[in-house]
Design a protein around this ligand. Structure first.
Ligand code: UD1
Length: 417
């Protein structure tokens, strides 16, 4: 497996084009099982989770492939509920969306538990609770999960006990075709949830967000349409943390600025400026940054998917920074890797204090997608050469991260040895 090599200390300057949002691309791909016509999806990121999701649909008999650099065509007319590559499913969190899409399309699903990045427990009891509210029955044996739903109940209210992106998305997908109204309460409002709603509504669904609830008025069927998925706010903000560690100024193209707006003040507190100018987002770092404190929470608060990268950036800030992780309290595996580079920190429960550190290059292991991105952030600002192993985690969610950073002056390349 190839490694990423980074010679730190080069400031960044240039333009990076941000890709489409992985976390909405995946549910939208699986939601195509509800539509027995051709759908064309633009701004699709070329990341391995997308390729694997398309492969799952193909194995079910659907047409699902890239027809252009960032455009895919999906037609699930002939897809059947007969074959799943359980190995592929167990590797991906987004395969959880097969539960709702197959329940809606076929009335049943039998699959292994969805996998995904390993940063602590990833329970699905809220998903199951919701499916049961819709009238489904469920059996679990610790390895496999089987759901069946002969007729979705009408006029149902589902109250999620926890704000969950996955459970909110699954309830939307399971509810949108059928009779009656489903109200989902205590929902996640991440841009990827809104992206899915916008796509399904264009296809003929009737889904509306009211405060913390989503009302889904069932429709008889959905029509195939062309849709452009949102751009990836986490990728955009990951590049902002790269500018923080390496310094310099970059322009980002293809950013949905309003999605990153609520997060910008956290960067501004460190001295980094993020401004929209003529279709580009300009990110600029002063030579000296000041530390800040953040706690992760559902959108529009600070995203857990930006925690490891932001934490790596805080090593380059003056003063004591703090991150409190309220969503995945065990999401700290990356700290052991940062320690190899000389990072100074103190972990107290679900909080870490990060002290100003002089980082040096080291041999590092990515432990999951965002943890891997955090190692890139830290290596860009460190003295000397770093090598990052387990690159497969990083390419799950970052399209062309190596050429993109190289094009703005970073000394970063793949070592295929
Ligand atoms: C999704 C994203 C992931 C992101 C996360 C939070 C995808 C493929 N993954 O993951 O990148 O980090 O949102 O923004 O889009 N919970 C329960 N019971 C459940 C479901 C969730 O207790 O049934 C808890 C989780 O343990 C966690 C919190 O709810 O503490 C949020 O999890 P959730 O939003 O569901 O994360 P995912 O959908 O798995």
């Amino acid at each position: 497996m190839k490694k990423i090599i980074i010679d730190g200390g080069q400031s960044l300057d240039g333009v990076i084009e941000v890709s489409g949002m992985k976390n909405s691309a995946l549910p939208i791909i699986f939601a195509c099982l509800l539509i027995k016509e051709e759908c064309v999806l633009d701004n699709m990121p070329r990341v391995s989770d997308v390729h694997n999701s398309l492969e799952i649909l193909r194995q079910m008999g659907a047409e699902a492939d890239f027809i252009d650099a960032h455009t895919i065509k999906i037609n699930t007319k002939n897809a059947q509920n007969i074959y799943f590559d359980m190995d592929l499913i167990s590797k991906m969190r987004a395969s959880a969306y097969l539960m709702s899409s197959c329940l809606s399309r076929y009335g049943s699903v039998h699959m292994v538990y969805p996998g995904g990045c390993n940063f602590g427990a990833r329970p699905i009891e809220q998903h199951i609770k919701g499916f049961k509210c819709l009238g489904a029955s469920c059996t679990e044996d610790g390895e496999f999960i089987a759901l069946s739903l002969s007729k979705r109940l009408q006029n149902v209210k589902i109250t999620l006990d926890k704000i969950s992106v996955g459970a909110t998305i699954n309830m939307i997908i399971a509810s949108c075709v059928g009779e009656g109204t489903v109200t989902i309460e205590n929902v996640a409002k991440e841009p990827h949830v809104l992206d899915l709603i916008a796509f399904l509504n264009i296809c003929g669904a009737n889904i509306r967000l009211f405060g913390n609830s989503i009302r889904v008025v069932g429709v008889r069927s959905l029509n195939g349409k062309r849709y452009r998925i949102y751009s990836d706010m986490i990728e955009a903000l990951t590049y902002a943390t790269c500018v923080g560690s390496a310094k310099g100024k970059i322009y980002l193209k293809n950013v949905d600025y309003e999605h990153i707006l609520p997060i910008i003040p956290h960067f501004e507190k460190t001295g980094i400026s993020i401004k929209y100018k003529n279709g580009f987002v300009c990110i600029k770092s002063p030579e000296k940054l000041v530390s800040t404190s953040v706690f992760t929470a559902p959108y529009p608060e600070f995203p857990t998917d930006l925690h490891p990268q932001f934490s790596a950036m805080l090593c380059f800030c003056d003063g004591v920074g703090e991150i409190t992780e309220t969503i995945f309290p065990e999401r700290f595996a990356y700290l052991c890797e940062l320690e190899k580079m000389g990072a100074k920190f103190k972990k107290i429960g679900n909080k870490v204090e990060i002290y100003t550190s002089l980082l040096h290059g080291a041999s590092l292991d990515a432990t999951d997608l965002r943890a891997g991105a955090a190692l890139i952030v830290s290596a860009l600002g460190a003295n000397g050469r770093s090598e990052i192993n387990n690159v497969n985690y990083i390419v799950r969610g970052y399209e062309d991260i190596v050429p993109k950073l190289s094009s703005v002056g970073a000394k970063i390349f793949y070592d295929n040895k």
